[in-house]
Design a protein around this ligand. Structure first.
Ligand code: NAD
Length: 369
């Protein structure tokens, strides 16, 4: 029996081709791994009547760790997003998005090394919404008006979204951020909020973050109002370390920070909970490139790096990251999106970039740090 049994959801669109390459790169680190391959998404919906069969969830619950390639969410079909469903079903409350500069990736900035820790289950993202004009929305508007005079100004033709932020949900995400900082030798955690305006939700988030910070004297703590944070991130991103945010701000700032370091092609991600963890690239299934052996496998490979560290294979993770970084820096065996001109004929395919990373990996014996 392999030491690590890991669920691998191979996705659709470009998913299968980047999965094949990422799987080979992870195996090439020499760790003892057995993949429990699972399919989900549109093709599975046709065959099994659901895009997310129970076998997938059972596999993750059993193995506790999964890596996933992107899955298409068709617009306007009533097809529930498998990505959102997985996070909900497994209570993957912490979304971790490292945004790091790799020399060779084209970007306006350098020396960025920010980790976004986003709460994944609450906030406006909880999906508690009332459609304008429905009797539920009208009832809610009337009830709120009887509780708060300001609410009398809510127009009857309003749609309503509810923003719950709880003590328990906040406590676990801010503690997760501090524990992550300690485990990864980070120096500072910054809480991001709009507590000046939303006193009972963002205010609560900030208050709990301040309290939790007292238990981590070795990690510096500060906070920023989200609009100011956006300005600071485009002006002095090198100055930031770990950011902890409620769900919606986390969603927006994750992409902002991915943009600072060269875009979604190089942005890995992790969704972590008590019952399991799911590692996935930030980008989608790019259906127009399906089967063309064209797209960049880096984001999924770097998600594999996060996974290796998470399962205690730090050395393997560090070596694989170094191999990826060196291939990118050399710029020879990289996909079209990493070339200065996208039509550059010297760009290689997905598989060839993977092979170059594996060749490089064989030369990386260990990584200091
Ligand atoms: P996308 O990320 O799939 O593609 C947008 C563009 O980014 C592509 O056309 C391509 O130019 C580029 N791109 C993306 N990944 C790349 C890669 N690895 N290498 C090189 N270029 C790359 O975003 P989209 O078009 O908005 O979404 C397509 C589908 O993916 C949608 O159904 C969406 O719901 C889904 N999606 C899934 C996930 C997930 O599974 N976690 C995340 C985001 C979007």
């Amino acid at each position: 029996m392999a030491k690590h049994r890991i669920t691998f959801i191979t996705g659709d669109g470009i998913g299968p081709e980047i999965s094949e390459v990422a799987g080979k790169c992870i195996e090439a680190t020499g760790i003892d791994v057995e993949w429990d391959i699972q399919t989900a998404g549109l093709d599975v919906l046709e065959k099994e009547g659901t895009p997310l069969p129970d076998r997938v969830l059972e596999s993750i619950r059993r193995n506790k760790v999964a890596i996933k390639a992107p899955i298409t969410t068709p617009v306007g079909t009533g097809f529930r997003s498998v990505n959102v469903a997985l996070r909900k079903e497994l209570d993957l409350y912490a979304c971790v998005r490292p945004c790091k500069s790799y020399p060779g990736v084209r970007s306006r900035y350098e020396n960025i090394d920010i980790v976004i820790v986003r709460e994944n289950t609450e906030d406006l993202y909880a999906g508690i919404e009332f459609q304008k004009g429905t009797k539920e929305a009208l009832k809610l508007i009337n009830e709120i008006a009887s509780l708060d005079p300001k609410a009398k100004k809510i127009r009857p033709d309003s749609g309503i979204s509810i923003k719950p932020i709880s003590v328990e949900g906040t406590e676990r995400i801010v503690r997760f951020a501090f524990e992550y900082a300690l485990a990864n030798r980070r120096k500072r955690v910054t809480a991001v909020h709009k507590a000046n305006i939303m006193k009972y939700t963002d205010g609560l988030f900030l208050e709990i973050a301040r309290e939790a910070a007292k238990d981590y004297p070795d990690i510096a703590f500060d906070d920023r109002i989200v609009d100011n944070m956006c300005m600071q991130l485009v002006q002095v991103p090198e100055g930031y370390d770990v950011l902890v945010l409620p769900n919606l701000y986390g969603d927006i700032l994750s992409d902002l920070c991915a943009g600072l370091v060269g875009g979604l092609g190089v942005a890995p991600g992790a969704n972590i909970g008590e019952k399991g963890s799911l590692f996935e690239a930030t980008h989608g299934s790019a259906p127009k490139y399906k089967g063309m052996n064209k797209v960049n496998p880096t984001a999924l490979i770097l998600s594999g790096v996060l996974m290796l560290r998470h399962i205690g294979e730090k050395n393997a993770g560090d070596r694989l990251e170094q191999a990826v970084a060196e291939v990118i820096k050399e710029g020879k065996y990289v996909t079209y999106d990493m070339k200065e001109k996208r039509q550059d004929k010297s760009a290689v395919g997905t598989r060839e970039m993977g092979e170059a990373i594996i060749t490089k990996l064989k030369k990386v014996v260990s990584v200091k740090g």
